[in-house]
Design a protein around this ligand. Structure first.
Ligand code: AHM
Ligand code: MG
Length: 341
């Protein structure tokens, strides 16, 4: 049997890819692994623990009901980041504004982390996969000072690392530092993430489309036409239409399509005119990963990683997945715009 590579060993080996690396980014990635193991532990037992199952009784700044586990996960990550000393501040889906860590060690930190501690949280109570998504940037403000909003509001192309943790039938951590994408599965017996999916590549095309079809009549008619034309018809050379697969947990839908090939779409709708998903801690990290795996992420019209953020909790329409499928959707929408003036 060949020896398993643990996440920790892998991070240490890869540190040499970056000349002058001081190990801070490596320590942040290790801290994320620790926090996610703690969250995985809570997720696994959520049905048994009354204090972490169900609604918190609050709504976040985005008007969404917070689940207790959203808050527990948020606090777990923040506690670990604050204690680490490499990070000067964070922004998360569960906090109205960003948080600058006001202690002398953290103020020296070179990095900020933007994250969604528990995405797809409406699936917690029904035992369906959920995830954590994270994005790491170098700060813009000088070391030794408090983190600023400018540190948080950077374009996706500035990301130093990004990843997600999927709390599914197994717990997986997938991340990139801009040199490919690697996936690690948590071995619960030894409590370690071990390399299980080296150098992940998304198939150039696939046969899965993922969209909340309940929204089909409240979004741009071009989306409905695209879905009917390309996803729900038997295309030349095929035996059947694409398969519709939509879990309603972004990380789980993204991960499946990353492995099997497919397209995930959350378009602008009449109810969510800018789309539903958040640029900074949902779309940008997944866009970085998918590009590193050979796929694409756009708003339907523009590359996600090039967007200049305007607000911390900014939402965008999101098309992500296999290169050819995303291109096809974009070409279709652009043609629609050209035809309709
Ligand atoms: P959340 O951050 O409040 O959990 O919302 C994000 C989730 C994604 O995981 C998922 O893809 C999407 O919202 C589902 O939305 P909808 O129920 O509108 O289809
Ligand atoms: Mg979310």
């Amino acid at each position: 049997m060949s020896k398993l590579t643990t996440l920790h060993e892998f991070i240490m080996d890869r540190q040499n890819d970056f000349p002058y690396a001081t190990g801070e980014l490596s320590r942040i990635l290790s801290d994320i692994a620790i926090a996610s193991k703690m969250v995985a532990n809570d997720v696994r037992r959520a049905g048994l623990l009354e204090h972490i199952l169900g609604a918190q009784g609050n709504t976040n700044i985005q008007g969404e009901e917070q689940q207790k586990l959203d808050v527990v996960a948020d606090e777990t990550f923040i506690k670990i980041f604050r204690a680490g000393g490499e990070i000067c501040g964070i922004a998360s889906e569960e906090n109205d504004t960003f948080v600058a860590f006001n202690n002398e060690i953290s103020k020296q930190g070179k990095y900020v982390v933007l994250f969604d501690p528990l995405d797809g949280s409406s699936n917690i109570d029904v035992n369906v996969s959920i995830g954590t998504i994270f994005s790491i940037y170098r700060r813009k403000s000088p070391q030794g000072t408090l983190a600023t909003k400018e540190d948080m509001m950077q374009k996706g192309i500035e990301q130093v690392a990004a990843g997600y943790v999927l709390y599914g039938s197994s717990t997986m951590l997938v991340y990139t530092t801009g040199k490919g994408v690697n996936g690690f599965t948590l071995d619960p017996h030894i409590g370690e993430f071990c390399l299980s999916h080296p150098n992940m590549k998304i198939p150039e095309t696939g046969r899965i489309y993922s969209i909340n079809e309940g929204n089909i009549n409240v979004c741009d008619p071009g989306i409905k036409q695209y879905v009917e034309t390309y996803c729900q018809r038997v295309l030349e050379g095929a035996k059947r239409p694409y398969s519709g697969r939509y879990i309603g947990s972004l990380v789980a839908d993204f991960h499946r399509n990353l492995i099997k090939g497919g397209i995930y779409i959350y378009p602008a709708t009449q109810i969510a005119p800018n789309g539903h998903l958040r640029l900074l801690y949902e779309c940008n990290p997944l866009a970085f990963i998918v590009e590193q795996a050979g796929g694409l992420a756009t708003t339907g019209y523009q590359r996600v990683l090039d967007i200049e953020p305007k607000e911390l909790h900014q939402r965008i329409p999101f098309f992500v997945g296999s290169k050819k499928m995303v291109e096809q959707a974009m070409n279709f929408l652009n043609q629609e715009v050209a035809n309709n003036g």
